[in-house]
Ligand binder design. Sequence first.
Ligand SMILES: Nc1ncnc2c1ncn2[C@@H]1O[C@H](COP(=O)(O)OP(=O)(O)OP(=O)(O)O)[C@@H](O)[C@H]1O
Ligand SMILES: [Mg+2]
Length: 506
Amino acid sequence: MIGRIVGKSVGEIAFRQNYKEDVKIGEILIADDKEKNAIFFLRVIDIQYGQEGADKWGIKTAGDMLLLDERNEEYDLREKERRLFKICICKPLGYVQNGKFYKPKTLPSHFCAVRRATGQDYKFLEKYMGDIEIGKLRSGEKEIDVKVGIKGELIPYHIGIFATTGMGKSNLMRVFAASAMKLGKYGILIVDPHGEYYEGSVGNKGLKHHPMAKDRLIVYSPHAEYGINKLVISAYEISVSDLEDVFTFSEAQKEALYALQSKFGRRWLVELHERSVAELSEIFERRIQDITFSVLKRRADRIMKSEVIHIDESVSTTEQIIKDLHSGKVVLVDTSGLYEYEELLISVVLARKILNKNKNLFRNKDEFKKIPPVLITVEEAQRVLHNGIFAQIAREGRKFKVGLCAITQQPKLIKEELLSQFNTFFILGLADEGDRNILKSSAKQDISKLEKEIQTLEVGEALITYPGAPFAIPVKIHWYDDYIKSIENENKKNEMLNESIDEGFY
Ligand SMILES: Nc1ncnc2c1ncn2[C@@H]1O[C@H](COP(=O)(O)OP(=O)(O)OP(=O)(O)O)[C@@H](O)[C@H]1O
Ligand SMILES: [Mg+2]
């Protein structure tokens, strides 16, 4: 027995801890109420000192001890176990009665016994768990043998991954991709500016080591190699709005850009690149200043120099990428080695084309039904989420089966209105108070009392919130290398099983 309940209210339960036990913040414990035939789930949010005896007894005793310390003598504390104890303050998460989960609307009985949870206690959680497995349930630092996954149907409702550097965002993304590859029924686009996902790096494996990579992973990069497709975008695919998402322009420059687009249509960037300032000036009857054109031309020339942007209208991989996504593949676009503007431009063009494609398909109900949810991941999302295509997807993507997965170390830099469009949060360790506060106000579960837990999350530990979850789910995210090993073993077992069935059959 870990303890016995001593107070306080429906909103906050306190229990006196058994002196032999060591309870930690974030642990989820069970108050076993035999009277009500119910189990209450309690999340430890604070631990306080307690002592029996007269008011100043503790202070006086400490003073006596200090005196004895000076004389190198031992203080003999009688009945230590009874007089000194700890009080654990818990947030009640809810209770299970007759197999059904209820919000915390009632109190467990007086002096109700508190114990550690077993896998059996969490049986009710199964129906809240989704198919995209990402880890195991966690109680404090302890892993519980209950798998945690999020529902694929929540993809279009957007996912946020928040953590201070080094807390495990990339590993989580790898695990997410690994589960998606195992299922083969969601399109996941990962733009990888650090080149860390495919090969992996020192000490960890990459997506290419996934046992199903051959069929379910498609890789694009500026340099084609064995198993890697060449990434090309045609200049004809780039719209003025894409450029606006990546660069900042003055009002005069914007006007000129839109004038170019309305004059030349899809050829606008090529025309800007190929014609001289004098020619352009002539075409627009000197309504636009030469200086504006020359600034814009320099931009256009720089873009056209990029190894991924081609002047040829017919060479492009965007259509194929969308097809891959629609057939439930994980598509990895490696932009490492490119300039940041190139990486952003690629993400923006792909995101816009995916949204537009799905919008078109939406008009045909049967066609639309066939396509899987598509998730677009954005590393360091605070760079791009304020407006433009990504903000648009955040607001309207759900209708068109397009979701965003925003990965960021600084959620406070994202507008609250946009953040509230994200229904699933993975909250890993976050050192900054401002970052934690903004998540508190946007999460779909009440995490207001979990401040201490979020502060003390270790690498790979997370809280997940999503609509319909009974409470913020504590999880230990799989270590990618171990997870793909387990998928491999599972596959082998299934193969062996199939073989033995075949042999038996013939
Ligand atoms: N679930 C996990 N289990 C065990 N170790 C982990 C886990 N997640 C991360 N780690 C450890 O932490 C290290 C950093 O993880 P990761 O690269 O995923 O962090 P990150 O948040 O993406 O960092 P950055 O901000 O630098 O991109 C890993 O190399 C690994 O050693
Ligand atoms: Mg990372």
